[in-house]
Ligand binder design. Structure first.
Ligand code: UDP
Length: 337
């Protein structure tokens, strides 16, 4: 009864592996370490360094470890990068998923959980956004994930597989014990930038647009704590194991906070009054993204634990402080060597 986690050394995947290991599950990871870190994995979890689209590798791991479910995180996630290099995204997200599905079907694995994104919706006609909303992605990133969702749906129908595709809203925060968190160099997520400003790693944070028709003029997002997101995947696994039918579910808290409120939360938890610069809108930004969470709450046995912006900000900050201490230690070590 082993669970294969692709991308298990990455930001979300490593929280998943930790949650599964803590629940006593047998876990095995495939990660090419392009953006992941092997030190994020708990002791004793086997790591195969390679591509989730390498069918021979996947089939070998499935058969050697008795894999019964696959949770697929491996992929590329940076929207502006997908605009510059769309084919990389169709390769890393769409083609990799196709190969992984092929290997999964050939190996007789019948449960699959897929990391999708709210980016499949594009600019929504209504918020909160239900799963039935039209899918009109505005980036190759969103399109590459939507194409993978479609393949998953068709493959599952043809081969007796059951799946849950989770469409993530804004994933944020870090492990409450700061064992892992977002460590990708150059990450542009709002909370990451804000905690970098709070820890003095950047001089200021820019607010992209204060003239939106929202209460304070800045954009609104539905932030979900990465540990709650991992628990949603565990709930999806239990759902599939008890015979649940294939589903596509939004994954957020169903409540939005503005960019300014988010920055204020980081100022509050850090006690540091870092500089904020109000600038023009960022091209391509959607004004308000909030998940309609009725379906996930009705379908999965999932109760979020960290549904509080200051808690998300506190965990993100604690992780950033640890990361910055480690990086300073490395620099001092290099300087004295
Ligand atoms: N944002 C900002 N300053 C930053 C980073 C982000 O004002 O340094 C805003 C961004 O314009 C958007 C929101 O924060 O309105 C969330 O952006 P992020 O890149 O975190 O996620 P997205 O919702 O774009 O996937």
């Amino acid at each position: 009864m082993t669970v294969l986690v692709t991308g298990g050394a990455g930001y979300i995947g490593s929280h998943m592996v930790q949650a599964l290991a803590e629940a006593g599950e047998s876990v095995v990871v495939i990660d090419n370490l392009s953006t992941g870190f092997s030190q994020f994995l708990p002791q004793g979890v086997p790591l195969f360094i390679g591509d989730a689209g390498d069918e021979n590798l996947v089939e070998g791991v499935i058969s050697a470890h008795g894999v019964e479910s696959v949770i697929h995180f491996a992929g590329s996630v940076v929207v502006p990068e997908s605009m510059r290099d769309p084919l990389a995204y169709y390769r890393n997200n769409t083609m990799t998923t196709r190969s992984l599905l092929n290997a999964t079907v050939k190996s007789g694995v019948s449960r699959f959980i897929f990391s999708s994104t709210a980016a499949v919706y594009g600019n929504p006609d209504q918020v909160p956004v239900p799963e039935s909303a039209p899918t009109r992605p505005l980036s190759p990133y969103g399109s590459s994930k939507l194409m993978a969702e479609i393949m998953l749906h068709d493959t599952a129908s043809a081969h007796g597989m059951n799946y849950v595709a989770l469409r993530y809203f804004n994933v944020a925060g870090a492990d409450p014990q700061a064992r892992m968190g977002l460590a990708t160099v150059g990450a542009t997520h709002l909370l990451k930038i804000a905690v970098e400003a709070a820890t003095g790693q950047r001089a200021k944070i820019d607010v992209f647009g204060t003239d939106y028709s929202t209460p304070d003029g800045s954009c609104i997002r539905d932030f979900i704590h990465v540990s709650d997101l991992a628990q949603a995947h565990r709930a999806a696994l239990s759902y599939l194991r008890t015979g649940g039918a294939s589903m596509t579910l939004n994954c957020g808290y169903g409540r939005g906070y503005s960019v300014l409120e988010t920055i204020e939360a980081v100022r509050n938890v850090s006690g540091r009054n870092f500089a904020v610069q109000y600038g023009p809108r960022r091209p391509g930004d959607i004004m308000t993204m909030i998940a309609d969470t009725s379906l996930i709450r009705a379908t999965l046995d999932w109760t979020p634990q960290y549904d509080d912006l200051e808690t998300v900000a506190r965990h993100a900050l604690a992780w950033e402080e640890k990361l910055s201490r480690e990086q300073q230690g490395e620099h001092q070590h290099a300087a004295s060597a």
